[in-house]
Design a protein around this ligand. Structure first.
Ligand SMILES: Nc1ncnc2c1ncn2[C@@H]1O[C@H](COP(=O)(O)OP(=O)(O)O)[C@@H](O)[C@H]1O
Ligand SMILES: [Mg+2]
Length: 441
């Protein structure tokens, strides 16, 4: 028994030939009906035989959702419509000028699931879980962990919050979101940081989505006149509080050490206030009050284009071969990975490295969350500083690359050994590591 075109396309996108066979109709009849279906049928480039897919309503809204890119001046430009498809996938209906990487690995804009760059807007980490818990309080069907939200739940969240100023990068989802881009922003000075920390720890209504696991808040810093992400240590002088202070200190000096070697790293500042240490990091995906810059995590880029799920260097190498990344970034990523290993960074997952979009390629953004995470308290326990750095021979770097690595590592341990805010144990440990680096030279 033959089926209607709608019924057939509800199963999967199909070529005209396939539709003719399934519906027992000739080409002229199929073409006529496809034309009559107007905008509810979408033509997808697919070599010589385009695919036809059936659009459907989604996220409690219509069958098309605008996606905008905001530039460094805060001006949004529409780049595409997201078209939910009846068989379960999505299509990116591109406007002129859309970066080609947003069309995905298939290059034709057809995705089996939500496009990878929207997946990056899923609330993440410490603040993401707070947002999810708040929403779950209002909607009993919504899981408390945003990682477990279905694509429909994520889509509905994006429709309602598509302009969240704290989303990473410069994509804004939905027209409602676009209209709110230039809303008035709250500004704070360093003196407000203690209060903001208390607020984010205690007040469930504090909304933001900066990913990652450590307590943090985002704001526009009056002194810096820039958007910032601020992590902070627990209050007081307990072993755990002191160790988290040390972790923030290692993060600050890791960025300084990388700057010395001209490697892209965030601009950070340590601020001691009200019994806490704050690590303020200037947001490189924001410019002025309203400007935004592209930022996509290596995690979603890897999942879409490589599928390696392994180390930063192996993903970078694959991207270099696919001409999705330049050789300088490939070098920096290997260097960052080796530097992380030298300073006991046990947290170099693919969410801790991000890329911007440049032409038809990705470009490495400044590194963040680069710290000696292997020494962080585990289940409330603080272990003694103890770590043997890898041998340079085991890092598969060229000789000149080793010299850059040693310079950064030396600067890192030396600065920490001199930092009065660090614990005595960390300073003594830094001195012993410094000795090791000097012996390697
Ligand atoms: N300087 C920065 N500019 C822009 N985004 C940043 C910056 N620092 C961190 N982020 C974003 O915030 C997220 C959380 O920050 P991160 O330092 O990784 O925190 P955590 O230690 O809790 O994992 C990161 O995954 C990244 O998306
Ligand atoms: Mg992180």
């Amino acid at each position: 028994m033959s089926v209607s075109i709608q019924e057939y396309l509800r199963r999967a996108p199909a070529t005209s030939k396939e539709i003719q066979l399934a519906t027992s109709q000739n080409q002229a009849a199929v073409s006529r009906q496809l034309r009559a279906m107007a905008d509810s049928v979408i033509k997808i480039p697919n070599g010589r035989s385009p695919l036809y897919a059936l659009a459907c309503n989604a996220f409690g809204g219509g069958d098309r959702f605008s996606i905008f890119m905001v530039d460094a001046q805060g001006t949004p430009s529409p780049v595409a419509y997201l078209r939910p498809l009846a068989h379960g996938g999505f299509f990116i209906e591109a406007f002129t000028g859309i970066p080609s990487v947003l069309m995905g690995d298939s290059k034709n804009g057809l995705f089996d699931d939500l496009p990878y760059f929207l997946e990056d807007l899923r609330p993440q980490g410490f603040l993401g879980r707070k947002i999810a818990a708040n929403l779950a309080g209002q909607d009993t069907h919504l899981p408390h962990d945003p990682k477990r939200w279905s694509k429909d739940q994520l889509g509905r969240y994006l429709v309602a919050n598509g302009d969240d100023f704290d989303f990473s990068g410069n994509l804004v989802f939905s027209l409602q979101g676009c209209l709110r881009i230039r809303r008035c922003i709250e500004k704070h000075g360093e003196d407000d940081y203690s209060q903001l920390a208390e607020q984010v720890l205690g007040d469930d209504s504090y909304g933001s989505s900066a990913g990652g696991e450590q307590p943090k808040f985002t704001t526009f810093c009056r002194e810096r006149q820039r958007h910032v992400i601020v992590k902070f240590s627990p209050k007081g002088e307990s072993d755990v509080a002191r160790r988290w202070r040390d972790m923030l200190i290692t993060e600050h000096y890791a960025t300084e050490a990388l700057h010395v070697c001209h490697t892209p790293a965030a601009e950070t500042k340590l601020i001691e206030k009200g019994g806490r240490l704050f690590l303020e990091s200037i947001r490189f995906d924001r410019s002025g009050e309203y400007g935004r810059l592209a930022m996509l995590s290596l995690q979603v880029v890897d999942a879409e284009f490589v599928g390696d799920g392994q180390s930063w260097p192996s993903i970078a190498e694959a991207m270099l071969k696919m001409e999705l990344m330049g050789s300088l970034d490939d070098f920096f990523i290997r260097l960052l990975w080796c530097f992380g290993r030298m300073i006991h960074n046990t947290d170099m997952h693919t969410g801790n490295l991000s890329l911007s979009i440049e032409g038809d390629c990705f470009k490495l953004l400044p590194i963040y969350d680069m710290c000696s995470m292997g020494f962080a308290p585990k289940s409330g326990e603080v272990l003694a500083y103890d770590f043997v750095a890898p041998k340079l021979d085991d890092l598969s770097l060229e000789e000149h690359e080793c010299l850059v690595l040693l310079k950064a590592t030396q600067f890192f341990w030396e600065s920490i050994s001199l930092e009065a805010l660090a614990s005595d144990e960390l300073r003594a440990f830094a001195l012993s590591q410094l000795q090791g680096v000097e012996n390697e030279k």
